[in-house]
Write a protein that binds this ligand. Structure first.
Ligand code: 13P
Length: 240
């Protein structure tokens, strides 16, 4: 089970360090073994001493080790901090930053060559959801064009665009249906993301085929994220 926090454009270097220290202490002091991922702002990356189950990843990178790509960050800079997990295809990068499929495939292949864990995000916008489940699946499966679904260190995050940062969580039935259909084609851990909260994370993690969550807003406060990790750990114990 993977519990991931996407900081997006939040937290400073100082508050990121405090956050990671507190989460690490919580995991260590309670001997938790649920997998935790934290994706801070790139400026806050550093060499953090963490428990084995915690990885600090990168929200973004350019598919290069180094070079002339003003404003971008390559793997030489990520490796300096031992980054071993990256996000690719987040809806904010697809829709706001206009990353197209061609660039996402390049990023995917580059990260794959580096052998890092890839959290590949997919999800439909509202107008597609309104057309029904078949349209949703066609849209999502299209987002896998050119993506190697056999990559060993691939994790998928299903994040409906209309549920991100809106307070509108997809219904448990909607999540269940999409994950069930994804599982037919993809034998990889499947996470859900989109307005996951402290008080609904338990229900979401109990959905069949749900192997974890990718959280924005509700995870940015240390206490909340600890509560979420704690809930996940309890469910993992029952599921085992
Ligand atoms: P929220 O949890 O704020 O809806 O964000 C979800 C998300 O985009 C995680 O990557």
């Amino acid at each position: 089970m993977i519990i991931a926090s996407n900081f997006k454009t939040n937290h400073t270097r100082k508050s990121t360090r405090e956050f990671i220290t507190q989460i690490n202490n919580f995991v260590k002091n309670n001997s938790l073994d649920v997998q935790v991922r934290i994706y801070p702002a790139l400026t806050a990356l550093d060499s953090f001493e963490c428990e084995k189950s915690i990885k600090i990843g990168a929200q973004n990178f350019y598919p290069t080790c180094k070079g002339s790509f003003t404003g971008e960050i390559g793997f030489e800079q990520l490796e300096e901090f031992g980054v071993d997990s990256v996000l690719i295809g987040h809806s904010e990068r697809r829709h706001i930053l206009k990353e197209n499929n061609e660039l996402l495939v390049k990023k995917f292949n580059f990260a794959k060559e580096q052998g890092v864990e890839i959290l590949y995000c997919v999800g439909e916008p509202k107008e597609v959801r309104e057309k029904g489940i078949d349209a949703v699946m066609a849209y999502i499966l299209g987002q896998f064009d050119g993506i190697d679904l056999d990559y060993k260190r691939l994790v998928i995050a299903y994040e409906p665009v209309w549920a991100i940062g809106t307070g509108l969580t997809a219904s448990n039935n909607d999540i269940k249906e999409v994950l069930k259909r994804l599982k037919v084609n993809i034998q990889k851990p499947l996470l859900y993301g989109g307005s996951v909260q402290v008080d609904n994370v338990g229900d979401i993690l109990n959905i069949k085929n749900c192997d974890g969550v990718l959280i924005g807003t509700a995870s940015w406060e240390k206490e909340n994220f600890c509560k979420i990790i704690d809930t996940a750990q309890k469910i993992r114990r029952v599921k085992l």
